[in-house]
Design a protein. Structure first.
Length: 353
C-alpha cells in the first residue's frame, strides 16, 4: 500500500475517533429527531410481576440487581425473579423460564446480544421488555432515548415507565456450502459483508479498554478489501446484481458515537432501511463518512439506500453476517424481513408538549 494511502487512512481513522468522541459528548444536540413515530402509553398496571434476565459478568450487574430488588420492594410488589445467562446459553432458556412465570414485564440487564436474544422470544407475546443497558454499544437503548449511563433512571423506566410497540427484524441465513440454515431476530442493524468482517476481527482486549472505538482499528485494516458480487431483490422485485462491500438492514439508525447513520430510519414504521455500500478506494470511504457525519442529502453512487419490507440477497461465495453487532456465520443466501410493531418495550414517560 502506498505511503499516501496509509497517511490518508490514518487521518480518517483519527477524524472518525475524534468526531465520534465529540458525538458522545454532544449526543442530544446531534440526535435531534426521534427514532420512533408512534406515541407511548401507560401500562395500566398497579401491581406487577417482574422477571429479569441478567448477564452476571457485565460491569454493574450486581448493582443493577440490587436496584431492581429495592425498587420492587419499595413499590410493594413481590420480589423479582432473576435468571442469569451463562457462557453456554446467552439467554434462550432463561427467557423461556421467565415467561413460564407469567410476568408483566421482563427486564434485560446486559449488552446488545442479550437484549436481542430476549427480544426474539418476547416478540408477539405482548409481554413488555424493560432495558437495563450494561454493554458497550447498547444500541436499542440509545435509539429509544435512554441514558445508557444512568442505571437508576433506567431501572425506574423499565419498571414504572410508559411503553410502546416497535418493529423487529428477522434474518434467515442459509449457507449452501455447509447446508446450515437458521433464522434470528434483530432490533437495530443487521448486515452482510465488511461490517461483519470488522466485528469478527475486532480485538477483544482493545474493546474492553476503549469500548466501541476498537471497531475503528479493525475497520481501517479491512478498508482495502475487494468488492464482492451479489444479487439483491427488494419486496419480491427483480434481482439486481451489485458489487458490494457491505449491505446493511436498519430497523433504526443511531450508532455509537452519537452518529445518526440513517436519519430516515424509524423503529416503528413497518419498513427496513437498506444501505448498499460499494466503495472501491479510500476516497470512496471518506465520501461516505462525510455524507453520514454532515447528514448530506445528496446521492452517492457508492452508497445507495432503499426502503423495503423484505430483502433477499444471494452470494456466489459465502459472506459473513452480523446481527446487532454479533457475528452470525456465513451465508450464500439471506432473507430479511420486518415484523411491524411486534415487540412491546418500556420507555421514558413522554413530556407534555
Amino acid at each position: 500500500m502506498s505511503d499516501w494511502l496509509l497517511y490518508l487512512l490514518s487521518a480518517s481513522a483519527l477524524a472518525f475517533a475524534v468526531s465520534s468522541w465529540w458525538g458522545v459528548r454532544k449526543l442530544k444536540a446531534l440526535h435531534v429527531r426521534s427514532a420512533v413515530g408512534g406515541d407511548a402509553h401507560d401500562t395500566g398496571l398497579g401491581l406487577q410481576r417482574v422477571a429479569v434476565v441478567l448477564n452476571p459478568i457485565k460491569a454493574r450487574s450486581a448493582e443493577a440487581k440490587a436496584a431492581i430488588q429495592r425498587a420492587c420492594l419499595t413499590a410493594g410488589w413481590e420480589a423479582p425473579l432473576f435468571f442469569e445467562t451463562t457462557a453456554e446459553d446467552p439467554g434462550f432458556s432463561q427467557v423461556r423460564s421467565a415467561l413460564d412465570c407469567k410476568p408483566d414485564v421482563v427486564l434485560v440487564g446486559g449488552g446488545d446480544g442479550t437484549v436481542r436474544v430476549v427480544a426474539e422470544s418476547l416478540a408477539h407475546t405482548g409481554v413488555a421488555m424493560g432495558l437495563i443497558p450494561l454493554g458497550t454499544g447498547n444500541l436499542l437503548a440509545r435509539n429509544v432515548d435512554l441514558d445508557v449511563y444512568d442505571l437508576h433512571s433506567n431501572v425506574q423506566t423499565a419498571l414504572f415507565g410508559q411503553q410502546r410497540y416497535i418493529d423487529t427484524g428477522r434474518m434467515g441465513i442459509e449457507n449452501s456450502r455447509t447446508g446450515h440454515s437458521s433464522e434470528h431476530a434483530f432490533l437495530v442493524i443487521a448486515g452482510i459483508g465488511m461490517d461483519a468482517e470488522v466485528l469478527a476481527d475486532t480485538n477483544d482486549g482493545l474493546k474492553k479498554a476503549v469500548g466501541w472505538l476498537a471497531y475503528t482499528e479493525a475497520g481501517m485494516r479491512h478498508m482495502p478489501g475487494r468488492r464482492k458480487k451479489v444479487s439483491i431483490s427488494l419486496d419480491g422485485g427483480a434481482e439486481q446484481v451489485r458489487n458490494i462491500r457491505s449491505v446493511l438492514f436498519a430497523n433504526c439508525g443511531l450508532v455509537p458515537g452519537g452518529i445518526d447513520f440513517i436519519p430516515q430510519a424509524m423503529i416503528d414504521d413497518g419498513m427496513l432501511d437498506v444501505v448498499v455500500m460499494s466503495p472501491r478506494s479510500a476516497i470512496g470511504w471518506l465520501a461516505m463518512y462525510a455524507k453520514v457525519i454532515f447528514k448530506h442529502k445528496g446521492n452517492l453512487p457508492i452508497m445507495t439506500m432503499y426502503h423495503s419490507g423484505k430483502i433477499v440477497i444471494k452470494c456466489p461465495e459465502p459472506m459473513p453476517t452480523q446481527l446487532d453487532g454479533d457475528t452470525s456465520g456465513e451465508a450464500t443466501r439471506l432473507s430479511v424481513r420486518v415484523e411491524p410493531r411486534s415487540l412491546l418495550i418500556r420507555v421514558r414517560a413522554q413530556r407534555p408538549m
